[in-house]
Design a protein around this ligand. Structure first.
Ligand SMILES: Cc1cc2nc3c(=O)[nH]c(=O)nc-3n(C[C@H](O)[C@H](O)[C@H](O)COP(=O)(O)OP(=O)(O)OC[C@H]3O[C@@H](n4cnc5c(N)ncnc54)[C@H](O)[C@@H]3O)c2cc1C
Length: 383
């Protein structure tokens, strides 16, 4: 009996488990280690914040999925790897041995080492904490809508832009018109324009949308410190001297990796992401595979986006099976350009692909909704 251990219930592992359910491998024991029971589907996260989806619609329940794949499910957090003994060390249980290991644990926002950020900011990941803080803020707003509040987002990539638009749209929906102006929205970004890795059309259009909706854009602003004021409000300081008093600060900066991976001796890039070859296989440890945000393809690094984690699911499954059966591995070649549909929070989306973009259109949101629901139905059919 060989042991295949999967750490993290990210997008690629959800797909791999679905494939194992369809085509079980004899003589293989599968174990899934996940620190959550239900993992968020990134494509639906902004729609969930905007109020278009329920929690269950936007999350993959890993228990039935593991069950279908006949995998053991451990709800625990992997904290280290012992690569001499081929074991995963977890926060709350004895070490878990593996013959083949696969890691799909996503990422967390970088630069949380800015003074005060780790204490006062709400990082976009882990998502359950983000959602908890958001629900708490939502309740506070509903209880005292007359109070003047400010929300800040740090990071002007697709995640930060969608999060800000979605939260604003949600609060506008649930607040009576006379209270809507009581919440100010601010977005801080260190470059001269938002959405730097998307088409200029998307960047221009979403800048206009944000400005028209009264969201204050602070471009070329590097946040250097967060602190608490005596009034219990937070203070955000920028390198330029700009200061903002606010009530919540969402931290949606570029992706970063946890330290325990590089500490284990796995080959990682200079940001701590696992270096993999075109088989999604660690370049230093051939019995270890990685996918999604936590992996960096050595000769073809791609942006950290859910779309790649999804695309890697099937080749990952195929190569895990082949490695376990001592067969030659297949190659995975990521697409160079990919379509991003960025929601406005109001039932429309802007499309961006390479240098091109269109929207905002309601039809684009309808397409995104259809794609995402179809994906979820394929992964975790309801009922
Ligand atoms: C607000 C926001 C909106 C976004 N919107 C989009 C979008 O519309 N489209 C898009 O393509 N991308 C989007 N992204 C990016 C997207 O979330 C990530 O690229 C994607 O989730 C990566 O998938 P993954 O499979 O690598 O990991 P994840 O989806 O992050 O899954 C990793 C899983 O591993 C678990 N885990 C983590 N550490 C451990 C551990 N030590 N032990 C056990 N389990 C662990 C986590 O709880 C999680 O369940 C968005 C990101 C944010 C923050």
């Amino acid at each position: 009996m060989k042991d295949l251990v999967l750490i993290g219930g990210g997008h690629s592992h959800a797909i791999a488990l679905r494939e194992f359910a369809k085509s079980p491998l004899l003589g293989i024991r599968i174990t899934l280690i996940s620190d959550v029971l239900q993992t968020p589907y990134s494509g639906m996260l902004p729609g969930y914040l905007a109020g278009f989806y329920t929690f269950d619609e936007a999350h993959i329940d890993l228990r039935p999925l593991a069950n279908l794949a006949q995998a053991e499910f451990y709800c625990d957090r992997a904290i280290a790897l012992d690569l001499q003994q081929n074991q995963v060390l977890c926060a709350n249980r004895p070490p878990i041995p593996f013959d083949v290991l696969s890691i799909d644990i996503g990422s967390t926002p970088a630069t949380l080492n800015v003074p005060g950020a780790a204490t006062y900011a709400i990082p976009a990941k882990p998502v359950p904490k983000l959602l908890e803080s958001w629900q708490q803020f939502r309740e506070e707003v509903l209880q005292s809508p007359e109070q003047i509040r400010s929300l800040a987002t740090v990071g002007g990539g697709a995640g930060g832009v969608e999060l800000t638009l979605s939260i604003q749209a949600h609060l506008n929906k649930i607040l009576a018109p006379q209270y809507r102006q009581n919440i100010e929205y601010h977005l801080f970004h260190s470059s001269s324009h938002i959405l730097s890795s998307h088409s200029q059309y998307a960047a221009r259009t979403l800048t206009k949308i944000m400005q028209n909706r009264g969201i204050h854009l602070h471009l070329n602003q590097t946040v250097t410190q967060l602190k608490k004021q005596t009034s219990e409000r937070l203070e955000l300081n920028c390198q330029s001297g700009l200061t903002l008093e606010c009530d919540r600060i969402f931290w949606v900066t570029q992706a970063a990796a946890p330290d325990w991976l590089s500490a284990s001796g796995l080959s990682t890039d200079n940001q701590g992401f696992i270096q993999v070859n075109h088989h999604l296989q660690s370049v230093s440890h051939p019995n270890i595979f990685a996918s999604g945000d936590i992996a960096t393809l050595l000769n073809n690094p791609r942006p950290k986006a859910g779309v790649f984690a999804v695309r890697q699911g099937k080749p990952l499954f195929e190569n895990l099976c082949r490695r376990l059966q001592d067969k030659p591995l297949i190659s995975y070649h990521p697409q160079q350009q990919f379509l991003t549909l960025i929601g406005t929070g109001t039932g429309k989306a802007v499309a961006s692909r390479g240098r091109f973009g269109i929207g905002p259109f309601r039809l684009l949101w309808t397409c995104k909704d259809w794609i995402d629901r179809r994906f979820m139905e394929a992964i975790a059919p309801k009922g």
